[in-house]
Design a protein around this ligand. Structure first.
Ligand code: ADP
Length: 480
């Protein structure tokens, strides 16, 4: 089975969040099932720079007014197709925003081009001797692919649209529609018209053969007005085609026994060795040495992620004898609130702003617990890394956090299956209460070690989820 996967980011070439991790790791997990994936991504400068052996395998004379080449290369075992189109992708700044933090004004064109290129590869044999059996697209940036396929080169080829976060929808003014090279019929509620605007994600959800999201709980939640962000009605009409499949993690990149980013390697039987990582973490964040749990946060600093709750509960953590280390960037107001907490509690709270992959590994390996107070969370990956690293997850009971962490309540403790702490409501007081529960458990070393060990034994691999994707792909092909 051949899959064309289409995405705007892929680990390790370009990553702003969990989407990249998923797109980078899923293909390898599908290989044992006889599924071969090629992943199409834009040729941003950092992507092109990291390609070693690349080969032009196709191209376009005029894709949205500019020539483009499709390059083929392999990175970390991922079979990549890279859309090299300097007019749209050769920019300073990130994949979506410029160096001053503003969205590129032509994002609609940049990602329509990616989607159209995917549709042409799928249906028009742009790459010689290769066509996919199924096209799998991720998030709004690639959501026009099934729309282009429907109106053009591959109306009957099955498509899967995965929602990694329904909050990001790719909504643009109706004035962009004439530039999208779609027929006038496409500007209707059946396709991309969305409250008078153009909705990329909306178009994808209307036209894809199947819709998935990244956890069963989030699949339920997005059917409600509270979490559906305007798309709950549409999703309800497609509920028969909607499934939730939880993400796994890349077990090679995230393995505390071999991780190159941590000074002390350890496993389930050798948790004591984590002490070496704790020391390195204390030094890195300028923490005083001493007892008590170290909480960590590795996150985009946004309202979604509940970072205001962390800023508000920070004083409590310190008052109760804990410490806190934060790595993240995002909303300037949240950044300053957390910085202010760090300067109020020097030696007890440390903060690094920015994006730092190696440091995120050290934090999971050296801290005792990871705080994830998200207001909504489609799947979440940092709690899965926490499980693997014996860094006990403390999570809001929402979305994928509910599905992947087992709360340390009486029943779960006696059944020896608890792996972390849930809290609800998702408020500062809810979080404060959870922190108190963590402190009590931490002060019982045997209980704490059991939580860590049970977490480390949880299956966070892609194996089971890969099987579910394979079943979905097979069902679509069987439908013909
Ligand atoms: P989302 O995709 O919504 O941001 P996820 O939990 O699914 O949230 O994935 C976030 C990914 O980004 C994880 O791999 C996490 O370790 C990583 N990450 C988030 N912020 C940072 C940061 N400041 N530095 C390094 N890695 C980060």
């Amino acid at each position: 089975m051949n899959i064309l996967s289409v995405a705007s980011e892929v680990y390790p070439l370009v990553k702003t969040g969990g989407l990249a991790d998923v797109v980078g790791a899923l293909p390898a997990a599908l290989v044992p099932h006889g599924v071969r994936t090629r992943t199409l991504v834009p040729g941003y400068p950092p992507v092109l720079k990291k390609l070693k052996k690349k080969k032009a395998v196709g191209g376009f004379d005029n894709l949205f007014g500019h020539p483009a080449t499709v390059l083929s290369a392999e990175v970390n075992g991922v079979d990549l197709l890279v859309l090299d189109q300097p007019a749209l992708y050769a920019r300073d700044g990130g994949p979506y925003i410029d160096s001053t933090g503003r969205d590129y004004p032509d994002n609609f064109r940049r990602f329509a081009a990616l989607s159209l290129a995917a549709a042409e590869i799928a249906g028009n044999g742009i790459i010689s001797n290769w066509k996919p059996d199924i096209v799998h697209v991720h998030d709004w940036q690639t959501a026009l692919t099934p729309v282009y396929m429907r109106f053009g080169p591959a109306p009957d080829l099955p498509t899967v649209m995965t929602i990694h976060n329904i909050a990001f929808q790719g909504q643009f003014g109706a004035s962009v529609f004439p530039e999208l090279a779609l027929p006038p019929d496409a500007f209707s509620t059946q396709f991309v018209e969305y409250y008078g605007d153009v909705g990329f994600l909306k178009g994808g959800l209307q036209t894809a053969s199947a819709i998935t999201t990244v956890s069963p709980s989030y699949a339920q939640e997005i059917l409600t007005p509270e979490f559906g962000m305007g798309l709950d009605g549409l999703l309800a009409s497609r509920v028969a085609d909607l499934t939730g499949i939880v993400n796994g993690i890349d077990g090679d990149a995230w393995d505390p026994q071999t991780d190159p980013h941590i000074p002390a390697h350890y496993g389930p039987g050798t948790l004591k060795r984590r002490a070496g990582n704790r020391r390195a973490l204390e030094e890195r964040f300028g923490l005083e040495k001493g007892p008590g749990p170290i909480f960590c946060v590795i996150s985009r600093l946004t309202w979604q992620k509940g970072m205001d709750l962390v800023a508000e509960a920070a004083d409590d953590i310190v008052a109760l004898g804990g410490k806190l280390v934060v790595l993240g960037s995002g909303d300037p107001a949240l950044e300053s609130a957390l910085m202010a907490a760090a300067s109020r509690h020097r030696g007890h709270i440390g903060m690094v702003t920015g994006y730092d992959e190696p440091l995120s590994h050290l934090m999971q390996a050296g801290a005792d617990a990871i705080l994830i107070p998200s207001r909504f969370e489609p799947c979440g990956l940092t709690q899965l890394y926490g499980l693997r690293y014996g860094c006990v997850p403390v999570v809001a009971r929402t979305g994928g956090l509910t599905d992947t962490i087992i709360d340390a309540n009486e029943a779960a403790l006696s059944a020896k299956c608890a792996t972390g702490f849930h809290f609800l409501p998702v408020t500062t007081d809810g979080l404060r209460l959870a922190i108190r529960r963590v402190l009590r458990a931490y002060n019982e070393p045997k209980l704490w070690a059991r939580l860590q060990n049970q977490g480390m034994k949880s299956d966070v691999s892609w194996a089971k989820s890969a099987e579910r994707y394979v079943s979905l792909y097979s069902a679509l092909l069987a439908k013909g």
